[in-house]
Design a protein around this ligand. Structure first.
Ligand code: F6P
Length: 319
């Protein structure tokens, strides 16, 4: 294999640049050329290609976002769109493709692999909602950002003796909420993987107030519903006022943590080695700190589960 392509697709995640850099530099070490594709599958259809040499990825490891830009392409969901994309890849002499993104992006990678274009996926999403890997690139940074925000909010919540409902991202997954909620010392953590128990939320607020606690922090995963709804429900039941903060896209930006830079570097290099060895339709990941790779189609059918011990720990620590 002489030339490979790389693209980032779906929501961006801190650490994607570190992964692009690792792909380019590992490829150079194996005497392969890398072509960067702008705006994910949309750029693949438009033929928006740029050659990436080792210098082109200098000074990006620490930057958030993605230098290749990203998009969610409707056209690529159609057969016609995919046929154009495949033609463009072949015309450019690309013999294998690294796809950095989440589950939507990996469906595209499976389609291309079925049409004869070897693909390897690198899990890049803050949501950490992909099976087959303990962590996705960007999750650690997003959790750190959320915890920093929770700690800031706690200061003002304490001063005003207030209840705060903090909504975090994660799409249908509660991974960010659970990790940030535990690390941020939240009283209650509401995630879509477990039924919401308002009686318990209210009981914790009241118990905290009885023992002189000045604030209550409730972390809500966006997959549960709106934090405003949660605030209204708590207000109805307690007659207490609460404030709502929706962290939103702040969680997607910023410099990647060292953990994410290291993870992205390892996964990026591993993906290139896999392509070079003739693998296709695989996803690289990390399990118990070891590099692993799994069949892409299989992991897309699996659901990443919440660690039940972690959920129980959250319950115990909030007492
Ligand atoms: O998948 C990453 C993510 O940030 C989710 O947590 C969130 O639901 C979604 O993307 C937001 O997407 P957009 O930036 O298109 O609004």
């Amino acid at each position: 294999m002489r030339t490979i392509g790389v693209l980032t697709s779906g929501g961006d995640a801190p650490g994607m640049n570190a992964a692009i850099r690792a792909v380019v530099r590992q490829a150079a070490a194996l005497n392969m050329e890398v072509i960067g594709i702008a705006r994910g599958y949309a750029g693949l259809i438009q033929g928006d290609f740029r050659r990436l040499n080792t210098g082109a990825v200098a000074d990006i490891i620490h930057r958030g976002g993605t230098i290749l830009l990203t998009a969610r392409s409707e056209e690529f969901r159609t057969e016609a769109g995919r046929a154009i994309a495949l033609d463009n890849l072949r015309r450019e002499g690309i013999e294998g493709l690294v796809v950095i993104g989440g589950d939507g992006s990996f469906h595209g990678a499976v389609h291309l692999a079925k049409k004869g274009m070897p693909t390897v996926g690198i899990p890049g999403t803050i949501d950490n909602d992909i099976a087959g890997t303990d962590y996705t690139i960007g999750f650690d940074t997003a959790v750190n950002t959320a915890v920093e925000a929770i700690n800031r909010i706690r200061d003002t919540a304490t001063s005003h003796e207030r209840i705060f409902i903090i909504e975090v991202m994660g799409r249908h997954s509660g991974q960010i909420a659970l990790a940030a909620g535990i690390a941020g010392g939240a009283e209650s953590i509401l995630i879509p993987e477990y039924p919401v128990d308002y009686d318990q939320v209210v009981e914790r607020i009241e118990r905290g107030r009885h023992r002189g606690k000045l604030h209550s922090i409730i972390v809500v995963a966006e997959g549960v519903g709106s934090a405003l709804e949660v605030s209204r429900e708590i207000g109805k039941r307690t007659k207490l006022e609460s404030r709502v903060t929706i962290l939103g896209h702040i969680q997607r930006g910023g410099a990647p943590t060292a953990f994410d830079c290291l993870l992205a570097s390892r996964l990026g290099a591993h993906a290139v080695k896999l392509l070079a060895s003739g693998a296709s339709s695989r996803m690289v990941g990390i399990a118990a700190n070891e590099l692993v790779d799994r069949d892409l189609e299989t992991i897309l059918q699996e659901k990443k589960t919440i660690d039940p011990d972690l959920y129980r720990l959250a319950e115990v620590l909030a007492l």
